[in-house]
Design a protein around this ligand. Structure first.
Ligand code: TYD
Length: 138
């Protein structure tokens, strides 16, 4: 949505089934996340100092989890910026559509797990900040 603000993004505590032999976290469509999950992807082997993201989505909603390690997500609605540090596999950041995002500060071995509401579509991306600002102000 064009009118989305960074305050519409929320950290979601995901349930953990804890046992002595380890933990399990399960994420279901419309239960732990407020959308139908259509796609799962993950970023890994991110070199130290690299930044990812640098775009916004018109429709796509996502939940991002640091499945391993840690990284920062900087959200920007064109007016306000908000930074989230993810470092636990049972905490997810819910990101509605219409926010500019950058990911950086990846620890070595970090895995950025993303649950997404739609299949990949390049038409859903706003790839430049000026395009994003124009779209927000339409
Ligand atoms: P992009 O979303 O720009 O990566 P990031 O935001 O992490 O920097 O995607 C990088 C490339 O991978 C781009 O060419 C599109 C491709 N890609 C797919 O083909 N399918 C996908 O599901 C994703 C997320 C990316």
């Amino acid at each position: 949505m064009k009118s989305t603000s960074v305050f519409d993004a929320t950290l979601i505590q995901l349930p953990a089934i804890s046992q002595e032999k380890g933990n399990i976290t399960a994420i279901n469509s419309n239960i732990e996340v407020p959308f139908d999950i259509s796609r799962v992807y993950y970023l890994y082997d991110v070199p130290g100092g690299a930044a990812r993201g640098g775009h916004a989505h018109i429709e796509l909603q996502q939940l991002i989890v640091a499945a391993s390690g840690s990284f920062d997500i900087i959200l920007d609605d064109g007016i306000v910026k908000r930074t989230f540090s993810l470092n636990r596999p049972n905490i997810g950041l819910y990101m509605p559509s219409g926010l500019w995002r950058e990911l950086d500060n990846f620890s070595s071995g970090a895995i950025c797990l993303v649950l997404a509401s739609h299949e990949y579509s390049e038409e859903d991306y706003l790839r430049t900040y000026s395009e994003f600002k124009e779209w927000k102000n339409e």
